[in-house]
Ligand binder design. Structure first.
Ligand code: SAH
Length: 477
């Protein structure tokens, strides 16, 4: 972030404005809207700006800028077309630690004005750090159409009752949940329909009826898809935007985590092979603890929570403790990698069924029975199998599957750096030994792998996806 957005209280505070033309007029309008007391200095001053400044309690001084005018000012704005004058104002202000803006000269500024969507008391400021003002204005135009005028009234209504609600609820969470319900319910609807009195009435009754007890939170077990953030469902995104706490895994990409509510506590509970940060019991306890504090907890998982995701175990723990939950399915790695690598998991000519198999061989589970995995018209997808690839291919061949059976490794599927390596049961281990594709990877075994070279379209699609993602991020930021 090149500039920190702040909102400045200028009511009845002294601001120096240097310049008396059209540009100064625009700045004077903005500053007086925020209640500033302007002292304007310029050799000549246009009539309109003079009237405005004086009407709003400010002063006009005809003359030349001098450093002593900075004394006691909280801001200075230079709106002159004299470059060397602008430079000395900027220099003086910096040495006196007075925030300074020189119109159209970002290098001389210590603060800049954003494009503004004004629904006072709700105000949105948009900045491109001075790099693309037209883009910021375009975005403002879009936001203008997205944010109903009623937001101003709604903001004012909330402001009037804020204190009363604060007294009613002893905890921050209690207040927040109350307001969230109000702002997405009938009170807000009444305000948008311009029925202010009814809205106020409803709000009063809601405050009266509300109880000050810590409510039980909820856990959302959310599948986040395996990499590309665009593979999220709308439901996942909605719940992520409401979360108070987010517990996320190593397999959830940073771009996805970025889409969670800005204020949410993000807790990394990543589990990588052989390197568990937190035990499963520890995760279960965290989920229960936060939910019991009334929080909305999103448990964000790579792929689908119920496919090799231990989602079931987490829900059992919640259910034992009486914590309510919802599950949002995600696109599992097999489906996603299949699509993004052009390897359909079933195909009328090659595969009539598909099986998802864990490649974690020497774990608590019983050894894989390879003789059960020999059907040539079935696609096998191995999860967590990269490190046991030699055992998997040897096991399958040893049990009788043909050495020429096609195999693909899809590494970091759907991510920008997805890679696909193809070979056969007899060659794939050596190929991977030299290629060293990184985890996470799935291994697809079966005739369908032959279609990979025909059906690949990954690159182009991904570019569009990223563009769309940036737009979502801008809107949710
Ligand atoms: N619940 C997840 C799977 C978790 S098990 C899902 O439904 O996808 C972890 C395994 O998933 C990894 O070892 C790897 O085999 C696979 N995996 C997860 N993300 C992947 C990705 N982006 N590309 C390839 N494989 C992936």
């Amino acid at each position: 972030m090149e500039y920190l957005p702040l909102f400045f209280d200028l009511k009845n505070r002294p601001v120096l404005l240097v310049g008396g033309g059209d540009v100064a007029l625009r700045k004077a309008r903005l500053l007086t809207r925020a209640g500033a007391l302007i002292h304007l200095i310029a050799p000549e001053v246009c009539e309109e700006v003079k009237m405005l400044v004086e009407q709003k309690g400010g002063q006009i001084e005809l003359g030349k800028y001098r450093k002593s005018l900075l004394q006691g000012r909280v801001l200075v704005v230079a709106a002159t077309d004299n470059q060397s004058l602008n430079e000395s104002i900027s220099f003086d202000a910096r040495s006196a630690n007075v925030p300074v803006n020189v119109v159209d000269s970002p290098a001389l500024c210590t603060f800049i004005f954003p494009a503004i969507v004004d629904r006072s008391p709700i105000v949105v400021g948009i900045s491109s750090a001075g790099k693309a003002p037209v883009l910021a204005r375009n975005l403002r135009a879009r936001l203008e159409t997205l944010i109903p005028q009623g937001y101003a009234d709604l903001g004012a209504l909330v402001g009037r009752f804020r204190q009363q609600v604060k007294q009613k609820f002893s905890t921050v969470d209690g207040r927040r949940l109350f307001w969230e319900k109000i702002l997405s319910g009938p009170v807000a609807e009444k305000v948008f329909a311009e029925q202010q009195d009814e809205a106020e009435q409803l709000l009063r009754s809601a405050i009266e009826a509300a109880e000050d007890k810590s409510p039980m939170g909820e856990v959302y077990l959310v599948g986040a898809g395996p990499g590309d953030p665009e593979l999220l469902t709308f439901k996942a995104l909605r719940l992520m935007q409401q979360a108070d706490v987010v517990l996320y895994d190593a397999l959830v990409s940073p771009e996805v985590v970025d889409l969670c509510r800005r204020d949410a506590d993000l807790i990394y509970v990543g589990k990588r092979r052989d390197q568990h940060t937190l035990s499963q019991e520890g995760i279960n306890e965290l989920l229960v603890k936060h939910a019991k504090q009334g929080k909305r907890v999103v448990r964000l998982k790579g792929g689908d929570p119920f496919i090799f995701g231990r989602g079931g175990e987490e829900l059992q723990a919640l259910s034992e403790q009486g914590v309510p939950f919802q599950v949002v399915p995600g696109i599992t790695a097999a489906s996603a990698c299949s699509s993004y690598s052009g390897i359909p998991l079933t195909h009328r000519d090659y595969a009539q069924s598909v099986r998802f198999v864990t490649g974690q061989l020497k774990s608590r589970q019983a050894e894989l029975d390879f003789s059960d995995l020999l059907a040539t018209n079935e696609t096998l997808v191995f999860y967590m199998g990269l490190h046991t690839l030699p055992d998997i291919s040897a096991g399958l061949m040893g049990a009788g599957r043909s050495a020429s059976t096609p195999v693909a490794i899809v590494s970091r599927g759907t991510c920008k750096d997805q890679r696909v390596l193809t070979g056969t049961l007899s060659t794939i281990s050596d190929l991977q030994e030299s290629a060293q594709l990184p985890a996470p990877s799935i291994i697809i075994v079966g005739e369908v792998v032959k279609l990979h070279s025909e059906l690949t379209w990954f690159g182009e699609v991904h570019q569009e996806a990223n563009h769309a993602l940036e737009q979502v991020q801008q809107l949710s930021a």
